[in-house]
Design a protein around this ligand. Structure first.
Ligand code: SAH
Ligand code: MG
Length: 358
């Protein structure tokens, strides 16, 4: 994806070597780096700021939009919500999307929500394709406060899974779905590690086809790598009242927007606390919780024994080479295989699939 405003030396040489006379419009302007600033109008009414953007949402929109947001953050202590009225946007590129994310990041520490108002297809499609769509609450024009998320109900659960935020590459998600729909034994599918519901939706697609349920367990406080100071920390996920990460609202939004609430059952608990309470034989167990050595072993001990004969164990983030990632899930995979109770099915990426044969 092109990143405008970076590596300008390369942009220039690209232009010098290969200007394409056939390309006109915003794309061509982006290549030349001379995009027009969109028209930006602002109004502040108590807790709600409204920014109306007309024209192209590209790198050129960054300066006026960031200025409007920072002015309000500095001037108004009661600001709760910034509504970006995008109905007049004709074109948005990746730099324009980055501007939307930047505005959201600016507001997050103060609890200021950025809401997209009446986004046209030119905004919706790129956001959906990039998986950013569900990051933003959406309202249609003329709706009253409080802002209500317009559920983007997607009949196709696989498409919803692809668009959902999370940690599951598309090929691996598809492989998980295929594994889940082809299990031949009775029973629900159980996932450890729900996060924001991405892999749960791949499983839900299979569950819906085969008349099962997905049970997904997570305490929703994040794994080690999601905590402050770690690689995958996102400050906007911290519940300010509790002072800890809370992914449950985002999870619920993902599942509701996909129209999958009837097949997905969320359990808010530590997986090792739920396991002793669970006795129904499982058709599939998907292990994708904490990847510390201790937690991975605990999840293995807690859940693998609950798989029905003929059921499938799916393990995520299995990296035989330590250079590619942590070794805890690989350890689970190795031990389970060594037990002689499982045979291996073809895996995909870091997803390993094992079938219980005794
Ligand atoms: N399957 C998800 C990613 C899961 S990330 C996806 O497709 O995107 C790992 C999740 O495991 C985090 O949400 C974290 O809160 C959860 N987790 C970590 N330790 C856990 C435990 N002991 N019990 C339950 N959930 C746990
Ligand atoms: Mg994972």
């Amino acid at each position: 994806m092109r990143r405008l405003g970076q590596g300008s030396g390369m942009e220039e040489s690209t232009y010098a070597q290969a200007p394409d006379p056939e390309v006109t419009g915003p794309e061509a302007a982006a290549r030349r780096g001379d995009e027009a600033e969109p028209e930006v109008r602002t109004s502040l009414d108590g807790e709600v700021g409204t920014v109306t953007v007309s024209g192209d949402l590209t790198e050129a929109a960054r300066r006026p939009l960031v200025r409007a947001m920072t002015d309000w953050l500095l001037a108004s202590h009661s600001l709760r919500e910034v509504r970006l009225d995008l109905h007049g946007v004709a074109f948005m590129d990746s730099a324009g999307m980055a501007v939307l994310v930047q505005l959201q990041r600016l507001g997050a520490p103060r609890g200021v929500e950025v809401i997209l108002v009446h986004p046209p297809a030119a905004v919706v499609r790129p956001l959906q394709l990039s998986g950013l769509w569900r990051r933003f609450p959406i309202v249609e024009r003329g709706e009253d406060l409080p802002a209500v998320l317009v559920p983007q109900v997607v009949g196709d659960l696989l498409a919803a899974a692809e668009a959902a935020p999370g940690f599951m590459p598309s090929e691996e998600g598809r492989a998980l779905y295929e594994a889940a729909r082809s299990v031949s034994v009775q029973g629900p599918l159980l996932e450890v590690g729900s996060w924001m519901g991405k892999s749960a939706l791949y499983l839900a697609a299979a569950a819906r086809e085969t008349g099962r349920h997905v049970v997904t367990v997570d305490h929703h406080r994040g794994s080690e790598e999601h905590q402050p100071g770690w690689e995958h920390h996102d400050a906007s996920l911290v519940d300010p009242l509790v002072g800890r990460i809370d992914t449950l609202p985002r999870f619920r939004r993902t599942i509701a927007a996909a129209g999958a609430e009837d097949v997905v059952i969320a359990v808010i608990a530590r997986s090792e606390v739920l396991a002793p309470l669970w006795s129904t034989p499982l058709a599939l167990v998907f292990l994708d919780g904490s990847h510390t050595e201790e937690s991975a072993r605990r999840d293995q001990d807690a859940w693998v024994a609950k798989l029905a004969l003929g059921g499938t164990l799916a393990i995520h983030d299995v990296f035989p080479d330590p250079a590619d990632g942590g070794q805890a899930p690989f350890g689970v995979y190795t031990r389970v295989l060594a037990s002689g109770e499982f045979e291996e099915l073809p895996g995909t990426g870091s997803l390993r699939l094992l079938r219980r044969v005794r």
